[in-house]
Design a protein around this ligand. Sequence first.
Ligand code: ATP
Ligand code: MG
Length: 231
Amino acid sequence: MSEQLTIALSKGRIFDETLPLLAVAGIVPAEDPEQSRKLIIATNREQVRLVIVRATDVPTYVQYGAADLGIAGKDVLTEHGGEGLYQPLDLHIARCRMMVAVRQGFDYQAASQPGRRLRVATKYPDIAAAHFAAKGVHVDIIKLYGSMELAPLVGLSDAIVDLVSTGGTLKANRLEAVEHIADISSRLVVNKAALKTKYALLEPVIQAFARAVASDTPTHDKETDNEHSAD
Ligand code: ATP
Ligand code: MG
């Protein structure tokens, strides 16, 4: 059997925004993961297959070599730590911002003074802890898996750390962003060992992605926000 290349992708915006990049590399999925229930999807190229995993699981599949490469948000990569991963390219897709948000009218300045403790709900405990530690603000972090926007509305927390693109979800829930933590976009991640052992297969794909990004850089305003962005 000839060597296989396995690419880990998540459904939704990352898959959708990756399709044009794959096309530049001459890779076309045989099925749409939104329609199919298959978790392994063949492509037009016999040697290349896609595996469909949760966005937060992409770095793990690539780290352990179950996938040779993958695409993951900087948010997910920072929280994962990036161990065992080579990160050659910022793909400039799935762009958004990591922000601190509170209920409209909440006195964030007062609540984050020395001597106070701020309760922060988030899906990103490491990013949140590092941010507040750098500011010298004492926080209690509450780990959530989705719908962070609800937490300040029902008194679970004072603030949330979450991804924001248009701000529509915050506004719909009477929240406001009060601090910018980081700009987020998705990155190509490659298994460090595969980069050596499968170089001949991987290198043209990485090069094609680099070309696609270079020829299509000003795509910032394709940001989307919808009711699913909180989950
Ligand atoms: P699920 O929605 O299945 O619970 P998820 O929330 O991890 O999983 P997505 O919402 O598709 O999956 O997010 C995947 C990645 O897309 C995130 O890790 C982040 O990098 C990026 N992202 C998330 N929300 C937005 C947004 N509103 N706009 C742009 N990019 C986003
Ligand atoms: Mg989501």
